[in-house]
Design a protein around this ligand. Structure first.
Ligand SMILES: *Cc1c(COP(=O)(O)O)cnc(C)c1O
Length: 358
């Protein structure tokens, strides 16, 4: 099979070596005579997969044993529910920073379970920048929720101030993409299908003291404390999904976060440079300090040009560049697995397109 240059926002491109190993495990997992798809979730083999993956998450995030690592199901959105279900109530408000579609949806889900205060929003700017960080944060809040990278609009918090209350972050689209102080967070979570593996799996990392703050009776499946007690196998685990995430974690460790960050900066730099100097394409986010290294959004001058550019990309084996339906135009996702060479090819096609059309 000829692999496409895949810039999809998620499920996103995975490294070829990870795909090969995952495929081999579907055939047979480690001389067990079983496919990974047949491997019991209560087997020694799966316990080893969970243990190694938890260890790698802690190591790559620089966390000690004061944090618990969980593999959960239901992707990012189930965490939009579980976070407020466990930690917020009518009498215990939760603060939300509304920096994009997913951030807003997280706050809307939270309103089913507790009082929600939106402390900052860039909705009026159509999320083409980050909102200003709130000047004061009530110390009564159960937590403050933010989305570190806004996948649909292409903005990213490169620095996050401390809030004085527990910080909880959705890191679905930029986890392990750069060096970051993860100890700032009382909890963070990520849907796996961007930097961490296959859709349907979610990583949740929780500081242990948070487990004492669960505000209401929550059924075991949705209760962080119960999930911790059962070591992520409360129900039939997503064995293949967790294994794929382990392969991604091993790949990430081998490459090293420092090198990954350097490449991510290089890739984003190449693309934003091309956009800033273009006579046809315009970047969606003009505030340079707010630009995402993971998702780069832009438009062309006319719908006809946009169609023609998509067609030219397709001819050149490039896929996944169409923007989200709420923004239009283009979105190029540059997650960890995207090689610098793919971005160089794309930039080259952009320049050819410009030479033909400007
Ligand atoms: C992709 C994404 C989600 C949604 O994840 P699902 O697994 O589809 O629920 C949530 N938040 C962010 C920031 C995302 O990028």
């Amino acid at each position: 099979m000829e692999r496409k240059l895949n810039f999809n926002a998620g499920p996103a491109a995975l490294p070829g070596s990870v795909l090969q190993e995952a495929a081999a495990a579907v055939h047979e997992y480690k001389n067990t005579g079983l496919s990974i798809l047949e491997l019991p979730h209560r087997s020694k083999e799966f316990a080893d997969i969970v243990a190694e993956s938890k260890q790698l998450v802690k190591e790559l995030c620089g966390l000690d044993d004061s944090y618990e690592v969980l593999w959960l199901q239901g992707g990012g959105r189930l965490q939009f529910c579980m976070v407020p279900m466990n930690f917020a109530s009518e009498f215990l408000s939760a603060g939300y920073i509304d920096s994009g579609h997913w951030a807003e949806e997280a706050s809307e889900y939270a309103a089913y379970y507790g009082d929600v205060q939106v402390l900052a929003s860039s909705k009026e700017q159509k999320y083409n920048c980050l909102p200003a960080w709130p000047e004061t944060v009530s110390q009564q809040l159960a937590y403050l929720h933010l989305t570190t990278n806004n996948t649909i609009y292409g903005t990213q918090w490169h620095k996050v101030p401390n809030a004085g209350v527990p910080l909880i972050a959705d890191m679905s689209s930029d986890i392990l993409s750069m060096q970051r102080d993860y100890t700032q967070y009382a909890m963070f979570y990520a849907a796996a299908q961007k930097n961490l593996g296959a859709a349907g799996t979610a990583l949740a990392v929780i500081r242990k003291d948070m487990l004492k703050r669960i505000v209401r009776p929550v059924a075991p499946m949705l209760n962080y404390n119960e999930q911790v007690k059962q070591n992520s196998i409360l129900n039939t685990a997503n064995v293949f999904g967790v294994y794929t995430s382990l392969l991604m974690l091993r790949w990430t460790k081998e490459k090293g976060i420092v090198n990954i960050e350097q490449e991510n900066r290089q890739k984003a730099g190449m693309l934003y440079d091309a956009l800033d100097n273009s006579r046809i394409f315009t970047p969606y986010v003009m505030t340079k300090a707010h630009r995402s290294m993971m998702n780069v959004c832009f438009t062309a001058k006319t719908p006809e040009q946009e169609k023609a550019f998509v067609a030219m990309c397709e001819e050149n084996n490039i896929t996944g560049i169409k923007g989200h339906r709420s923004v239009g135009g283009f979105r190029v996702s540059l997650y960890n697995a995207i090689p610098v060479s793919s971005v160089a090819t794309l930039v080259d096609i952009m320049k050819q397109f410009e030479a033909l059309n400007a």
